[in-house]
Design a protein around this ligand. Sequence first.
Ligand code: AQP
Length: 345
Amino acid sequence: MTAFEQRVFSGIQPSGTMHLGNYLGAIARFVEMQSSFSCIYCVVDMHAITTWQDPGQLRKATREVAATYLAAGIDPTQHIVFNQSQVAEHAELAWVFNCVARVGWLNRMTQFKDKAGKNQENASVGLYAYPNLMAADILVYRATHVPVGDDQKQHLELSRDIAQKFNNDFAKSIKETGHGEAFFPLPEPVIMGPATRVMSLRDGTSKMSKSDSGSDMACIYLTDSADDIARKIRKAKTDPDAIPSETAGLAGRPEATNLAGIFAALSGRTVDDVLQEFGGAQFSAFKSALSDITIERIVPIGEEIRRLMDDRKHIDAVLADGADRAREIAAPVYKSVKKIVGFIG
Ligand code: AQP
């Protein structure tokens, strides 16, 4: 067995304003993992253009994702923060993976079906091939751990399949070029905590999403004011029953499940623990406590994002420095891939 150095990679698309789902499903994990791993956190701008983005808006959203990483507590001097398009090796490896992945594999991706909707013929080729670029993002650093929300699980499985197929297809060449039994690790998804899939506040069966065209009331944005957060939580959809005192009582109650999960994640407690405290209470009392804890955690991050967004030079310098350091890792990996595949030069 080839031993791989442990490394974390993950990314977020600059395709809209970041929300509580991005925070609880991904960014909060990114922050935690800094103490035990060497981490690379990317603003995946090339993924964002798989659906139309206004160029000025894309630049702003790219800086905003970077500012959010920093505001949430990611240290860009100890770890790497950069935007994907500055490191060409992502796209180069993605092409190789386009030729490793099978059409049948991509046809099974539910996110493409969700995002392309009824008009698949008109979706960009990039949207269809998105998981291959995601595999390249991770594997160009030979990353071993990938913190993501639950919605990315299927894409992560595809990344593992691509790594495995590359290792098998090129086994002889991998050995001959001195890389042992396997060139790529099989990256592990890290999907942890009580809020790996935060749902819309207006519909507990649909995911809270940046590009949700529905009401603003469905989503708590990281830059929302305390008043906005309080209003959205007060108006969040619930059912007529009281809060149950154990998790079994959440069955068939998607909105209650969602709010209990958010509370647990924000307070660092288990859902069981939260239900023990609030079991029997009406939603109004629970919502008021949820509002307090959300404001306490999210408003300071929003303030810091705004402060950083006023210092564009600093953000651009962080991204450029991160890109230089990312390239130092990616370039030799891609050089080896070229040798393994049989490219000259
Ligand atoms: N609702 C969610 N609950 C938990 N985690 C979530 N993530 C996204 N939504 C939720 C996680 O956030 C990370 C970044 O996601 P992305 O920007 O790559 O794209 P996405 O998963 O498609 O997120 P959105 O918000 O739904 O964006 P759009 O609308 O642009 O597609 C990922 O780790 C994701 O799991």
